[in-house]
Design a protein around this ligand. Sequence first.
Ligand SMILES: O=C(O)CCC(=O)C(=O)O
Length: 276
Amino acid sequence: MKTVNLSVCQMMVVENKEDNLKKAESMIRRSVLENKANLVVLPEIFNGPYSIEAMQATAEPEGGPTTQLLSRLAAELNIVVVGGSIAEAADDRIYNTAFIYNEVGERVGRHRKMHLFDVNIVGGVSFQESSIVAPGNDVTVVETSLGKIGVAICYDMRFPELMRLMTLQGAEMIVVPAAFNTTTGPAHWKDTIKMRAVDNQVFFAAASPARNLASDYHAYGFSQVVDPWGTVLAETDETEGIITATLNPQRLTAVREQLPLLKHRRTDLYELKECQ
Ligand SMILES: O=C(O)CCC(=O)C(=O)O
């Protein structure tokens, strides 16, 4: 991989789609102009609220206004964009999808969330994502000019097998647009980010929306970028803002050489395989 300046835009997502697109555009521009980012990441479902009703209302196909904007900005600013995720209308279904664009605005990857957030936590959050969203079936590792980027969405990051598969497929950075909440966030967000980075010896960036108390779903916030040793390179609180970290490829090489976890796996005793 190359040296990467990664910015996470922890944007305040509101009801109105156009306002969200304007906000995403201005934060992507600021990431480049103020922080010299060459990789910019947005949060999960950034163009409308994270709710069943809103996802139905904001769903659009690839090539719609949201992906057009992301592609145009990637080309104009000469950056790689991991475009958070959107409700994608395709095949008469809705997917929760991240689109990834390169420096000439080409769509170089697409991740459809594989693990859907169907939970009922007593005294806390309840959500039935599968009541509207269909699951994706593909592990996503995107080859870019900056290096190999594994992309997953929110609840996907709780599944260590998926993170390891991406690592075995060459991911050097794992980027996760996410929207944990005020129940599971304080309990698990930072530990999960750290352990996925440490287990797989990758850079790990998790991008949340800012917390909007006017919406039904209270996102946790606290976006983070962590290095392959588990050191936090950048983090924030629950409010809107941009965080930026420099990812140094020598750090990844050094950690993997000095603590060779990936080489020490007992693949004679166990294996992780992709089922077709
Ligand atoms: O895993 C969690 O606690 C939160 C997951 C989530 O909010 C999501 O997948 O959108």
